[in-house]
Design a protein. Structure first.
Length: 427
């Protein structure tokens, strides 16, 4: 580690306190970004295979221009009339199923999920929520209690119950197909029953439609439809957290599309403003208006004119540069490359992907599917030293997580696959 990095680390710890999360054994000091590239203070270039916030590409000129133009003209809190906000709301809602007609803007995904919980509680009169056993949905007090990978300091409380995430690689009881979907869905039914027994009225289930934090599993085909049916039959709402899955990441605009089930509430965030803090909650008029009529919700910065200009520019770039399509086609190309690597290296237990979102499950024993968290950590750090940034996720911390900005090209993919091949060989 260089002395300048050591000095920054010491200052950071002194000012921001210990335990402030930071990536890599040898942290990266990034000073500049452009499209899929990041540059550190020494001018070293990194291929960004991790960041989904700047999903239209780092510092996209059209987004920068839109933010600058609006910032030069006006930026206020959100209690005035403003056309850009309405134009953005119309454009955003037009990308959804027609049942979604309303949007509330916030600044973070955590706030959006916090509002979604309140909407569901008000609509159902219930308190009980189901989430998975290996997830993260954000950091407000209420939302931190849904986040099983970072347990809340004061416990979960009786109104939160967890179900196994629907993994078809380390499948429950080694089941497959419909039987596996049923087995995972039964876990939801069991927890709904537990709420009943405890006298806690059920309010709903909040999940990421692609189970991104859990490890991006291949979801058993009919699972989501079965899950949503059980939730609805019990009087609850299905909330889809699209904070990671949304805005074209998976090769379609929204993660829940193609799952044969329409959520009651959708929450958005991360890539929405390409780094400008804007997030949102989308729902049907009945659920949404009931919330608005009963709760005075005001968010000073949420959906201000500059944020909405950024959001609008993101939608324009996604459309003009056909980035959702790129996510699908380049995503498929990368997945083929990873599948070839799997044939070559026994430590790769499973590769999975949806658009430009990939999980590579690393194992120390392929037959037993034994997770290999140490190897995963080594790989992430070695790739960083070679100039490729990626992360890791999953219940066992053994899944390489790759989620590059959407302008990722086949050339970028070749570089990634070649360096991954070389690193796997070395390790
Ligand atoms: N939902 C999911 C699925 C997330 O991954 C995250 C953040 N990693 C959040 C919500 C919270 O978003 P934010 O950090 O903007 O509050």
């Amino acid at each position: 580690m260089s002395t300048s990095i050591e000095k920054l680390l010491a200052r950071r710890e002194a000012l921001l306190g210990p335990g402030n999360p930071l990536f890599y054994d040898n942290p990266v000091h990034i000073v500049k970004g452009e499209s899929v590239w990041l540059y550190d203070a020494d001018g070293k270039r990194y291929l960004d295979c991790y960041n989904n916030v700047p999903s239209v590409g780092h510092c996209h000129p059209q987004v920068v221009e839109a933010i600058t133009r609006q910032a030069q003209q006006l930026n206020t809190h959100t209690r005035y009339l403003h056309e850009t906000i309405l134009e953005y709301a119309e454009r955003l809602l037009s990308t959804f199923d027609e049942s979604f007609q309303r949007v509330l803007f916030s600044c973070t995904g955590s706030e959006a999920n916090d509002v979604a919980l309140r909407m569901a509680r008000l609509w159902t009169g219930g308190e009980g929520f189901i989430v998975t056993n290996a997830t993260y949905h954000g950091n407000t007090d209420a939302v931190s209690k849904l986040s099983s990978i970072f347990p809340p300091f004061d416990g979960y409380g009786p109104n939160i119950r967890m179900v196994p995430w629907p993994d078809s690689y380390r499948a429950m009881d080694d089941l497959t197909g419909e039987a596996l979907a049923d087995a995972y869905a039964n876990k939801i039914a069991e927890q709904i029953d537990e709420f009943k027994k405890a006298g806690i009225k059920f309010a709903g289930m909040l999940v990421c439609p692609i189970f991104a934090n859990e490890g991006l599993p291949r979801i058993p085909d009919t699972y989501m439809a079965k899950a949503a049916r059980l939730v609805h039959e019990a009087g609850g709402l299905y909330i889809a957290d699209e904070v990671q899955a949304g805005f074209g990441r998976t090769g379609v605009m929204w993660g829940h599309q193609g799952q044969r089930v329409t959520p009651d509430i959708v929450t958005l965030g991360k890539p929405m403003g390409a780094g400008h803090p804007i997030a949102g909650v989308i729902s049907r008029p009945d659920v949404f208006d009931h919330f608005r009529q009963n709760v005075m919700y005001f968010n000073t910065f949420g959906g201000n004119p500059v944020s909405c200009a950024a959001g609008l520019a993101v939608l324009n770039v996604l459309q003009n540069e056909k980035l959702v399509e790129n996510s699908a086609t380049v995503g498929e190309y990368v997945l083929k490359g990873f599948t070839k690597l799997k044939e070559k290296y026994d430590v790769i237990g499973d590769v999975r992907g949806a658009g430009l979102f990939f999980g590579i499950d690393l194992v120390s024993d392929r037959n037993k599917k034994t997770p290999a968290p140490e190897l995963t950590n080594q790989l992430v750090n070695t790739m960083r030293d070679k100039g490729v940034l990626m992360g890791k996720i999953g219940e066992f911390d053994n899944i390489l997580k790759l989620r590059p900005p959407l302008p990722f090209s086949k050339d970028n993919a070749d570089m990634l696959i070649q360096l991954l091949d070389e690193t796997l060989q070395e390790l």
